[in-house]
Design a binder for this molecule. Structure first.
Ligand code: ADP
Ligand code: MG
Ligand code: MG
Length: 876
């Protein structure tokens, strides 16, 4: 295989070898866009570099030299030739974009002689020395490991001497002084002179780009984004074009559509008389691209045209880098643009309407995680006061938190359980861990394409950038807003990344709405999916929310919360304290009435859709105080001379707490075991459901309930429970002369239930895999203990591929699910099977559920839209 490809190579290879940047440059060259010429050294060479223990493979240098000669011919300039020097950039570029994580060097090929040639040739001393001092800084930073700050100081001294504020105002003499002093600095720090041999510069730079694949921030970025460590980076050698040649030159970044909202408009920023990274680095706050329409109308028109061509070619929104050299536009990069969830949805839907892509592509293009982000909280519109400052609306959503001023603080405070807003002048890749820990990001410099903005959008985190009216005093941990309001470290602020507003204090946040675009995308998803999507909801409010998000029923209503609350706990305790069945009937009657109205609420909210109601599941001691508390209360009552009746009750209570104490409550006296030993409890619940349905039916509603028995593990349990259910329901229906369809079924959550599924299905009309408990019991992990203690370490060591409570374990738990489905359906072909564990809202697990032929997944209301999309993607 070839190790080097020119941008116009006749046999195109993909991004695996060329990296995303190289592939994009080649593609743009091929469709005739103005791209400076150059070539790409493949990612395979990088992998080989590492295999050789950090050495360039034999013969590579010769190939690079030959390729440089070809570039020289094409450019009509010579590398290292003072009379007409060729300058190049040496750029990293992995298979997928890792923005700003690896290194790039511009203006390579400059030395003490070529800089003079460049000045003579362009008749622009200032430009030549500016390029040279930039090159020395970048090369020293990337190749020699000397911090940019050192060179920044040199520049600052000169700026001070010349009494100017911005880099672009420093004189030619001044820049020359910066260049010379920077070289001296290198000599002083490394003990060696700055390399003057341009070929030596080139090979050192190539190696440094390869090494940058493994710098700590790139490694962290790969971890966070699940990018394999062994892909390697390509190296792109590109002839330089110059945005720093004066006021008719500049550099910028633009998106073909708005990456925050998805609106169809050229969107981006540029800086005049600037080079490369000035825009993203947040050195000066750049101008919005719209201003270019006035400043350079021709260039603006050309850029608009290029944007349209690129979208037509790539059929996706593009993020472009360009440079304008003396009025001429050059394209330097294109890639699929990162976008907010909202933009992802809007763009996908709009592109279908524009005929660029089909519905399937649109559905596949929005990630389920994006959908999750879409359901961002907003500030309650009625609570919005006056912001203390307004910056750029860089990444939507609202966040409330205490203000911190460094990534380290953010991590420390967040791990102490606090919600934090990370405030920085501008973030750099070194702040990544702090951004991960924070709820929101606030910066005082940098635009919509600054590091903070790009990364926050990728993470789906609210961010406000370029809030220049805030004066940030990092040393003292204070921010001053216009009007003199000061905010100190630890004060609470609210930011709105959808408007750019910053507020003092904690504003109330409200739940998100589903936009029209989103609605349309989900309706397409519904066309493609086979899996049904239901919700887990315990209250009429949750049920209504789930329905709004498109749930086709409730897959799990837990009834235990109906036993909580002060008044109800008292009644439940009376029920537990009862010595005889008759005695128990009094509190049960009270509970019956309370639960009936609960069920009316839920069945009404889900009118016409099936509602699966799970009977009481937790062990009874959860409704009792701890034994030592009961003992204390009893003692106190005695001491205070309480009435005998009261004392007798407390004595009984104490005895019961001791009696119900368990060593392993998770595997103890709970679930249907309660319903079988105390049938009157389950009978009461079933009656409450049936009576609720009857009442609604009489009112003209269409209630559809399914009674689900938890923790069943044997055929006899199922038989007992099914018979009990039919008896009670039929009695209620019969007494009222009403006919209703309902179902009896079980949760499959004990491994044995899956193993004897064929027998259970004789009595159960539906199964719902309770994969939380099924995972606990199959692995023998108690979730609460495992997650804090060893699961993380297991995943890190590769003993488990991932947390089985988040993503269903296909090889183990998944096989039980498959077995349950197959054997259950063998007995009862029309058996309905679903899943109601948290896995029902996890995209990977949803894909599995589709593959094994479940009828539906049930997820929490907020994950219903995600589940609809993931179910469609599984089917496509
Ligand atoms: P990154 O991956 O960090 O964006 P790039 O390799 O894209 O790094 O380069 C950094 C900056 O330098 C970008 O703004 C890019 O447009 C600019 N740049 C790269 N190569 C050239 C070149 N040959 N001429 C002018 N500008 C360049
Ligand atoms: Mg770039
Ligand atoms: Mg369970």
């Amino acid at each position: 295989a070839k190790r080097i490809y020119f941008f116009d190579d006749p046999e195109p290879v993909g991004r695996e070898l060329l990296g995303g940047k190289g592939a994009g440059l080649a593609e743009m060259t091929r469709i005739g866009l103005p791209v400076p010429y150059g070539f790409t050294v493949t990612t395979e060479v990088c992998r080989e570099y590492y295999r050789l223990g950090g050495r360039l493979p034999d013969g590579l240098k010769e190939e690079v030299i030959q390729s440089m000669h070809k570039l020289e011919d094409k450019a009509g300039k010579k590398f290292g030739d003072p009379s007409n020097p060729l300058l190049i950039s040496v750029r990293s570029g992995a298979r997928v974009s890792m923005p700003g994580m690896m290194d790039t060097i511009l203006n390579l090929g400059l030395n003490d002689e070529t800089v003079l040639g460049l000045a003579r040739l362009t008749n622009n001393e200032r430009f030549a020395w500016d390029s040279y001092r930039r090159f020395i800084t970048m090369f020293s930073d990337v190749v020699l490991g000397i911090s940019k700050d050192e060179f920044e100081k040199v520049l600052d001294e000169v700026k001070e001497k010349e009494h100017v504020k911005y880099d672009a105002e420093v004189s030619a003499e001044g820049l020359k002084e910066v260049a010379l002093k920077s070289k001296e600095l290198v000599q002083k720090i490394t003990g060696n002179p700055f390399p003057m041999d341009v070929w030596e510069q080139l090979f050192m730079a190539i190696e440094a780009v390869f090494r940058s694949w493994n710098n700590p921030r790139a490694i962290l970025y790969r971890q966070l984004n699940n990018i394999p460590d062994d892909w390697g980076t390509a190296v792109n050698i590109v002839q330089m074009v110059f945005g720093n040649m004066g006021d008719d030159s500049g550099t910028g970044v633009a998106f073909t559509r708005n990456p925050a909202t998805g609106e169809k408009e050229l969107y981006g920023e540029y800086l005049t008389n600037a080079q490369g990274e000035d825009v993203v680095a947040g050195i000066r706050t750049p101008k919005p691209i719209k201003e270019m329409a006035q400043e350079w109308p021709n260039t603006y028109a050309e850029l608009t045209h290029v944007a349209a061509l690129l979208e037509k070619h790539f059929k996706d929104m593009q993020d472009m880098e360009f440079t304008v050299e003396k009025g001429k536009l050059y394209m330097l990069q294109t890639r699929s643009g990162k976008r907010t969830a909202q933009a992802a949805v809007t763009i996908a839907v709009d592109m279908v309407h524009e005929g660029l892509i089909d519905k399937e592509t649109a559905v596949l293009r929005v990630s389920p995680e994006d959908v999750n982000h879409l359901l961002h909280k907003r500030i309650d519109p009625s609570a919005k006061g006056n912001p203390i400052a307004v910056g750029l609306a860089a990444s939507p959503g609202a966040a409330v938190g205490t203000l911190v001023f460094s990534a380290e603080e953010a991590v420390a405070e967040a791990s102490a359980g606090k919600s934090v807003i990370l405030c920085r002048p501008e973030t750099t890749p070194d702040d990544l861990h702090g951004m991960v820990a924070a709820q929101g990001i606030l910066t005082t410099r940098g635009g919509m394409t600054s590091h903070a903005a790009v990364i926050a959008r990728g993470m789906g985190k609210p961010a406000v950038t370029g809030t220049e009216s805030l004066k940030l005093d990092l040393d003292n941990g204070v921010v001053t807003a216009p009007g003199g309001v000061t905010i100190k470290r630890g004060d609470v602020v609210t930011i709105d990344g959808g408007t750019g507003e910053v507020f003092l204090g904690a504003l109330p946040l409200v739940e998100p709405e589903v936009s029209a675009h989103f609605e349309e995308l989900l309706s397409w998803a519904d066309e493609f999916r086979r899996l049904g999507v239901k919700a887990n909801a315990d209250t009429p409010e949750d049920a209504a929310l789930a329905r709004k998000f498109g749930a086709e029923g409730i897959g799990l209503t837990r009834t235990e919360h109906m036993f909580l609350g002060h008044e109800r706990t008292q009644i439940v305790q009376d029920m537990i304290l009862a010595e005889t069945t008759e005695e128990r009937m009094v509190p049960l009657q009270k509970l019956l009435e309370l639960q009936r109205s609960d069920f009316i609420g839920i069945l009404k909210a889900m009118d016409g859709l099936p509602v699966t109601i799970r009977l009481l599941d937790p062990p009874l001691h959860e409704f009792l105080p701890e034994p030592h508390e009961a003992a204390k209360e009893l003692e106190q009552a005695k001491r205070n001379g309480a009435p005998a009746e009261e004392i007798e009750r407390l004595e009984r209570l104490y005895r019961r707490t001791v009696q119900f104490q368990e060593h392993n409550p998770m595997m103890g006296f709970r679930g249907c075991r309660l319903g079988i030993i105390y049938p009157e409890i389950y009978e009461m619940q079933i009656r409450a459901v049936a009576e609720a349905a009857v009442e609604l039916k009489k009112q003209g509603y269409n209630p559809r309930f399914q009674i689900m028995h938890p923790l069943v593990g044997t055929e006899e349990e199922m038989k007992f429970l099914a018979e009990m259910t039919h008896k009670v329901v039929n009695e209620v229906l019969g007494n009222n002369g009403i006919e209703l369809d309902y179902k009896v079924g079980t949760m499959v959550e004990v491994p044995r239930a899956a193993l004897v599924a064929g027998d259970l299905a004789k009595y159960a009309e539906f199964f719902s895999f309770g994969t939380n408990d099924l995972t606990q019991l199959t692995f023998g992990y108690s979730r609460d203990d495992a997650e804090g203690k060893f699961l993380g370490a297991y995943v890190q060591k590769g003993i488990l591929p991932e947390d089985p409570f988040i993503s269903l374990d296909r090889n183990g738990v998944g096989r039980l699910v498959e077995l349950g489905v197959t054997e259950g359906r063998a007995t009862r072909p029309e058996l309905e099977v679903g899943i109601c564990g948290e896995h029902g809202g996890d995209p990977k697990s949803i894909e599995f559920c589709h593959q094994v032929g479940l009828d539906y997944v049930s997820a929490s209301p907020y994950r219903v839209p995600l589940a609809r999309l993931a179910a469609a993607q599984a089917a496509l």
